[in-house]
Structures are given as C-alpha cells and as structure tokens.
Design a protein around this ligand. Structure first.
Ligand code: NAD
Ligand code: IPM
Ligand code: MN
Length: 355
C-alpha cells in the first residue's frame, strides 16, 4: 500500500480550523480508496510557538520537513508577532528553502460559487506564479536609519535560471492543455526586471511555436481580470504580481475562503507544499466561521500531485456539488454553517456518491 507522509503545519488563526477539515476529508478518501493511506505528523509551529520559544519553527525544522512527501499548511502570521518575522521564518523559508519555485493558483469559477460580476463569466484560468525570487528575494538595505537621508532598498532579483524555469514550466503547461499562455509583467516602468522577463518570455517561446501567447502590463491585466476574465487561460507572472492578481482572482471566483494554492518543486528534490491562499483571518479566528473549502481544494491539488487525479477531481466535484445543491456553507458564502459542518458535509457527500 502506498503511504503518503504529510507534514501538517496548521499555523495561526483559522489555519488549524481549516486544516482539521482537510485532514478529515483526506483520511476518508484514503479509507474509501483502500490502496493508499496518509501518515500525518503535526507541527505546532507558528506565532504561539514563537511567543513561547522565540522561534517560528524548530532549529532543525527544515531537516525534519525534508523527510515528508508533502506539507499541508494552514496560515501563518498573527497580530503580536511582526509579519515580516513570522512569514520569513516559516512560510517563505519553506517555499524558498525547498525551492518550491512554481506556485499554482487556479482561478476558476466553480458552479455555485459566488461571483460579484453581474454576468457570471466562465472564468477558468491557472495562474503560475514565480515563487522563489523576484520581489520576494529578501534582498535590500536600510541605510542611514532614522536620518534625514534615510533610504530603503527592496531589490527584485530575477535570475536567468529562476525566470527561465518558471516560464518554461508555463509553456509546457499551456502546450499540454492546448491553451493560450499569457505573460503579465510591467516592462514599461520596471526597466530592468520586467524588460528581462519579457525578453525571456519571448526567447523561450521560440521553442514553443505551437503555443499561442499574449502579453499584458499588470495594470491593464488587473482591469481585464474584472471586465473580461475569460480572455485569460494560463497566466505566468512574477512573485508579487502573482500574489496580488490571485487575491483579485479569488474575489471573482468565490472569495479567499475558496482560493487554493500549490507550491511545487517540480524536480521533487524537496517536498511540495499545499495551502489555501488566504491568511490567518484574525477577524474571524476561533469563531468557527472560517470557510474550509480553500483548504479542501488545496487538498485536491495534493491528491493530483500524488497521481491520485481521480480523487482530486472527485473532491473538487464534491465541493462544486456542495455549493450547488446542499448549500451547507459558511457565512462568507452567505450560509450559516460552521467550519466543521462544511467538512462533515463534504465527507458525507463523498461517502454517499456512487462512482
Ligand atoms: P487574510 O487572508 O487572513 O484575511 C482577509 C479577509 O478574508 C478577512 O476578512 C478574512 O476574514 C477573510 N478570510 C480569509 N480566509 C477566510 C476563510 N477561510 N473563510 C472566510 N473568510 C476568510 O488576510 P490578512 O487579514 O491580510 O492577513 C492576516 C494575517 O495572515 C497576516 O499576518 C498576514 O501576513 C497573514 N497571511 C498569511 C498567508 C499564508 O500563510 N499563506 C496568506 C495571507 C496572509
Ligand atoms: C500568499 C501570502 C504570502 C505571499 C505572504 C503571507 C507572505 O500573501 O501566500 O499569497 O505574499 O506570498
Ligand atoms: Mn497573498
């Protein structure tokens, strides 16, 4: 029997609430399949751990995590610990340390999902966000602190290797799916990084003459995300633009409670990490109000990653059925159910459904 070893980092705020539901659903799926099982190990890392130990994870945390097949993470960051510390010492440390340079964020309007646009368009895109460098390189300086000549530098780092590999990955995805690949950048103002990005996009594209391409400046792309989102299929973009565009995309396709993400190391040299794209939601934490569907969709991405695509699809279909038929939903989706009730309902529907 295949055993998938999963490191759980529920983290802060609503993180543990939504991860509990994900684990419940994954365990049910493994039980129903009978051909594989999950071995979960829970790590208590996060802001509470920081308050007790002065660290966001164990000293040898990365070594411990490297033994796992995947990481399933809730959210990191909570008032009381400066965000740049909590995030850089846990979430970003993992993405970077395990070279999870591909961030797959589906922006897809599932049936039954709320959409603020008057005519519900058929939104179905996959944003491939560069996830290891760019504006998140952590490079910069703080000069002449508290002096009148104070200057702060935050350097975007775009290496040939880092830029090429994400763009190549996106071309491969677009070719395999027979879809248009759109690059979103900002070469008019960012006269080093994005000029280079555009150049690499064009260069790599020569190897993929069969792939239809488009290029947008990020400001115009933001407008078209709202006014005409169906023009996008596969999107490749830099770390920061991808971060912002996917929250915008989430707003169009059901909100942050339904937005999933996978941080992939394609070479499988290190574990990949699956997480909802939302944060710890301090405003609703501890109230049983958190929508677990984003975490469940991330679990579906994890099933795909393990080659259990049938289950990945079935879980996603169940989320869709839940929104269309049962409407056992949390308040962000105009329902009255608790986090746990939504998870229980998904389990019940998975069990009831004849394949
Ligand atoms: P957030 O995503 O936590 O919350 C934004 C809004 O969305 C809030 O109103 C919140 O209630 C709502 N929301 C988020 N998840 C929800 C869910 N599952 N169900 C229903 N509503 C949900 O963003 P924020 O408030 O800007 O950040 C809070 C903290 O989380 C900060 O410390 C931030 O740095 C961190 N953060 C972490 C991650 C991550 O771990 N991947 C992602 C984003 C933000
Ligand atoms: C996300 C988050 C993170 C990011 C933060 C918490 C560092 O916003 O996963 O979208 O910017 O990547
Ligand atoms: Mn974000």
């Amino acid at each position: 029997m295949d055993v998938y070893k999963i490191a759980l980092i529920p983290g802060d705020g609503v993180g543990p609430e939504v991860i509990d539901e994900g684990v419940k659903v994954l365990e049910k799926i493994a039980e129903m399949d009978g051909g594989f099982r999950f071995e979960f190990t829970r790590f208590p890392w996060g802001c509470e751990f920081y308050s007790e130990t002065g660290k966001m994870m164990d000293e040898d945390g990365m070594e411990q995590l490297s033994e796992f097949d995947a990481i399933y993470l809730g959210a990191v960051g909570f008032p009381g610990v400066p965000d740049h510390i909590s995030l850089w010492d846990l979430l970003l440390k993992i993405r970077k340390g395990f070279d999870q340079y591909i961030n797959l964020r589906p922006i897809k309007l599932l049936n039954g999902a709320p959409c603020p646009l008057t005519e519900k368009p058929d939104i179905d895109m996959l944003v491939i966000r560069e996830n290891s460098e760019g504006e998140y390189a952590g490079a910069g300086d703080w000069l002449f602190k508290d002096k009148p000549e104070e200057v702060v530098l935050q350097t975007g780092v775009f290496s040939r290797k880092g830029t090429e590999r994400v763009i190549r990955y996106a071309y491969e995805e677009a070719r395999a799916a027979g879809k248009t690949l759109t690059s979103i950048s900002k070469g008019n103002a960012l006269n080093y990084s994005m000029v280079f990005w555009d150049q690499v996009f064009e260069e790599v594209g020569k190897e993929y003459p069969d792939v239809k391409t488009a290029s947008y400046l990020v400001d115009a792309a933001s407008m078209f995300f709202v006014l005409d989102p169906t023009r996008f299929e596969i999107v490749v973009t830099s770390n920061l633009f991808g971060d912002i565009l996917t929250d915008l995309g989430a707003a169009l396709t059901g909100g942050l409670g339904l937005a999933a993400g996978a941080n992939i190391n394609p070479e499988k040299s290190y574990p990949s990490m699956f997480e909802p794209i939302h944060g710890s939601a301090p405003d609703i934490a501890g109230k049983e109000l958190a929508n677990p569907l984003a975490a469940l969709w991330s679990a579906s991405q994890m099933l795909d990653f393990f080659g259990q695509e049938d289950w990945g699809k079935r879980l996603l279909n169940t989320i869709e059925d839940l929104m269309v038929e049962n409407k056992v939903l949390t308040p962000d989706m105009k329902g009255q159910a608790t986090t746990k009730e939504v998870g229980d309902q998904v389990v019940e529907m998975l069990t009831a459904k004849v394949v």
